[in-house]
Design a protein around this ligand. Structure first.
Ligand SMILES: [Zn+2]
Length: 459
């Protein structure tokens, strides 16, 4: 009897571990390692990027206090048989949801604040002052939705192999079943497709650290790749396991120069042999994420107390030993909600450094979103939606000189349930009480761009 219980417990433990291992989360470190070995120009750029970062951090410890809006193009690369909204050909509402999450996370406006599940590191959490807009102007100056849709070739009809060093970039080329990038000095390219794994498991996404965009012959690789069921939280991502919608948030962290906070060096037996991965000369000098050896895969709750390295043995911002910062967006925990101030400094550097230095300052002069700062205006609560949650009646208040052309209310499947055009008043209300309770989205199109608001109908 006792023996069978022990075997049962062991099986549960094994199964839990296997489930964790099944999710590979992020392939960035693996791809970076291969790229640094095979692409000497990129290796040189990354090294000079980190040298520049070290110098910059000595004199710039405070963030700039200006909000930067990064134009985004989403390349949906899908299976031939998937019509719009089906499977890999994800609905627009899912893309809008992913952009909404980025805008919350990078402005510290995510729902975990001001009272996150664990408050251990509240004073270390900062506002990145970065916003993201789906491009409204393409490379040729034409109006665009900021979304491209491409049917892949027969070789990739069932997906792209994230474990293969070549296939993991195939979605970035039209010639190999994907879609050619838009100029990475003006747009953040995000390819959304089905990621498969020939070595088993499921990779959620990956991105190169800054530098690929600096050489004409490697610029095509720059940007994010995200599996279609981990991009956003609604539509075809609604049923993915372990999806908190933060894969793009994590990958953009890499795109802007951040590394994982946990140890990634192993000995011959596969044991981790370091403690401060993101606070080394090639690691990014982030000294306000605690020393951390092991990966935590679970949810972070008030009683989570992992502490895999003793901080007093390392030179960092902590004067005593503290817990691992599992809630950091760059960790592998199931629930994450913050970037640290020093991580934000690294991202500030990336946005201020020139293309030649491996930086992304060029994005600041992109006209990809037409009017500089449009997204900023729309996200600074100039359109408010209240009460939220609501039991039926929902009000829209426009507090600045913005002309609202169209309000579309959509359910989580992306189906439009109400549409109102040419709104003349500054305050406008709609009645949702005849619809089932749940999550809805108000997509508000104005003469200055689009704003998407999540509405909770709780009647
Ligand atoms: Zn990662």
């Amino acid at each position: 009897m006792k023996k069978s219980i022990i075997i049962g417990l062991l099986l549960i433990a094994f199964f839990t571990k296997a489930q964790e291992r099944n999710i590979k989360k992020c392939a960035t470190s693996h791809l970076m390692e291969y790229e640094m070995q095979t692409n000497p120009q990129y290796k040189n750029t990354v090294e000079s990027y980190f040298n520049g970062l070290e110098e910059w951090l000595k004199n710039n410890s405070n963030s700039e206090n200006t909000v930067i809006t990064i134009p985004v193009v989403v390349h949906v690369v899908h299976k031939q048989s998937h019509n719009l909204g089906i499977g890999t050909n994800i609905p627009q509402i899912q893309i809008d949801d992913a952009i909404r999450i980025l805008n919350e996370d990078y402005r510290k406006m995510n729902p975990e604040f001001p009272n996150p599940p664990r408050n251990t590191f509240n004073s270390y959490a900062g506002d990145c002052e970065l916003e993201f807009c789906l491009a409204t102007t393409d490379e040729n100056g034409n109006t665009t939705t900021g979304v491209t849709r491409t049917i892949t070739n027969s070789t990739h009809n069932s997906g792209f192999d994230a474990d293969d060093n070549t296939d993991s970039n195939a979605m970035k080329r039209t010639a190999t079943g994907g879609k050619d990038n838009w100029n990475p000095l003006k747009y953040l390219n995000i390819w959304v497709c089905n990621l498969t794994n020939s070595q088993g498991g499921q990779t959620l996404g990956y991105a190169y650290l800054p530098g690929q965009q600096s050489q004409a012959w490697t610029a095509w690789k720059d940007g994010l790749v995200v599996d279609y069921s981990y991009f956003g939280t609604v539509g075809n991502a609604a049923t993915a396991s372990n999806n908190d919608g933060r894969t793009p948030t994590h990958e953009i962290g890499h795109y802007l120069g951040l590394k994982h906070p946990f140890c990634e060096q192993t000995d011959a037996q596969g044991n981790t042999i370091c403690c401060d991965n993101d606070n080394t000369s090639g690691g990014g000098y982030v000294d306000d994420t605690p020393a951390q050896k092991d990966i935590y895969w679970g949810s972070v709750i008030s009683t989570t107390n992992n502490n895999t390295c003793n901080d007093t043995q390392f030179s960092n911002a902590f004067t005593s030993d503290v817990l691992d910062m599992d809630e950091n967006f760059m960790s592998y925990a199931f629930t994450t909600w913050m970037f640290s101030h020093k991580q934000i400094n690294v991202m500030d550097y990336t946005m201020s450094a020139s293309t030649g230095q491996g930086g992304r300052a060029a994005l600041k002069t992109s006209n990809g979103c037409n009017i500089t700062g449009v997204n900023e205006i729309l996200h600074d609560n100039l359109i408010s939606v209240y009460p939220n949650p609501t039991n039926g009646r929902i009000n829209f208040k426009i507090t600045m000189n913005i002309k609202v052309n169209n309000i579309s209310i959509q359910n989580v499947l992306g189906e439009e349930i109400i549409v109102v055009k040419n709104i003349a008043n500054d305050i406008f209300s709609l009645d949702l009480s005849s619809f089932p309770r749940g999550i809805y989205f108000a997509i508000i199109d104005t003469d200055k761009g689009r704003s998407t608001k999540k509405i909770l109908l709780s009647k």
